[in-house]
Write a protein that binds this ligand. Sequence first.
Ligand code: NAD
Length: 414
Amino acid sequence: MKDNPNSTPGLNRRQFVKTGSGLLAMSSFPVVPDLPARPAAPPVAGPIVEGFPPAQLVGRPAPEGLKPGLPTAERVGFAIVGLGSYATGYIMPNLANTKNAKLTALVSGNQEKRDTLAAAYGIGNDHLYDYDTFDTIADDEAVDVVYIITPNVFHRALVERAFAAGKHVLCEKPMAITEADCQAMIDAGNRAGRKLMIGYRAQFDPYNVKAIELIRDGRIGEPSTVVADHGHLLPLDVPKNQWRAKQEVAGGGSLYDIGIYNVNGARYLLGEEPTAVRAKYHRGSGNPEVTVEEEIEWQMYFPSGVIANCSSSYLTTNNKRIHVQGDKGELTLDPATNYYLRALHVTDRSQEHHRLEEIQIPESNQFVPMLEEMAACVREDREPKTPGAEGLRDVKIMEAIYRAAESGEEVSIG
Ligand code: NAD
C-alpha cells in the first residue's frame, strides 16, 4: 500500500490516529450538533407492479431430508425420564428432527429444571411428572413411549413401571446391572405386550453401519483381530461424573459406561458372539471417592477364532477407537462412537501398494434414525433392531468380564 503523503512518514492510518498527532488532528474537526429526530415515514403501499412476483417464484418442494414428516397428531409421543446431560443435550433436541416422533412429556425429580424445559419445549402441565406421580402416566394418551435416561441402577425399576403403565420403552445403555435384571425387564415387556428397545445409537450411526457393510462385503478379508479402546477422564466436579464414580448408582465403572461400546461394537462388526473372556483390572487413581473400577482390559474369544483385545478407562483422555484387522486389509473407526464427528478408514493390504481410503458420509446423525426406529416399531408393531435381548447379551458378557478379572481365569459365556 502507498503511503498517504499527508500522514506522518512511516505510519499507516491506524497508527497515525493512535499517535498524539492523530488525536490532535481529530480534535480540530468541527463538532456536528445532534440532529433533531425525524418523524417516522408513514407506511406507504408499494407500487403495484404487473407480473410481480414472477410466476416462477412458486416455492419448490422441501429438499430431501428436510421433509416435515408425519402430521403432529400421527407422530409417536415420547416421555423423557431423567433430564440430564444426554437427554437434554442430544435426545430432546433430536426428537424435533425426526419424521415420526415428538416430545410430549417430561419426568424429573427436579421440578424447577423440568418446568424450565417444559416451557422451552412447549409441554403443558398435564404432561409433567416426578418420580412419585410417574405411574399416572398410564392415563396420559399423549405418551406412547417412555425413554429412560437415568443413572444405570434405576433403569430396571423405571422400565418395569413404564410397562405397568402400558407404555412402550426405550432404555439407555447399559440396559441394567445384572443379567437377571435384564431378563426381568424383557419379561415385563412381554407381559405388557409392549416394545422394549435399548438406545444403542452406534448401531444406527451411518459410519458404523458402513463399517459393518464393508466387513460383510469382504473388503478386509477374513477378520482375525479386533482392537477396541474407549476412555475419558472422570473429573468429579462435573455432575454427570459423580454418580458414574459410585458403584451403588452406576453398577459398574468404565466397562459399563464406555467399555460397553467395545463389547457391542466387536459383536456387530464381526456378526458373532464371544464364547469366552479373560480380563485384568488395570490402574486405579486411588481416589476414595471413586468406588468403581477405573481401568480394565479384556479379551473376547469368538467362535471364528477372532480375538478382540479391549480396554476401557477413566484415566485416559478421550479415546473411542475400534480397529478390525483382516487377511486382506484393515478397518479403523476412530473416533468410532462420538456423538457427531466420526471417521472411518479402510486399508487394502492385498495389493503391493497399500491403499488407504477415507470413507466420508455427509449425513451422519445417529440420534434421529435411532429415535425413528423406536417410533416406527410402535407404528408398525414390529421388534426393534436393538431389542432387550441385545442389551441383555452385553450385560451378560460384561458380568463375565468382571468375573474373569476377579478370578484371573478364563470365563466362558453360555
Ligand atoms: P446425567 O447425570 O447427566 O443425567 C442423569 C439424570 O438422572 C439427571 O437428570 C439426574 O438428575 C437424574 N437422576 C435421578 N435420580 C438420580 C440420582 N439418584 N443420582 C443421580 N442422578 C439422578 O447422566 P447422563 O450422562 O445423561 O446418563 C444418563 C444415562 O444415559 C446413563 O444410563 C448413561 O449410561 C446413558 N448415556 C448414554 C449415552 C449414549 O451415547 N447412548 C450417552 C450418555 C449417557
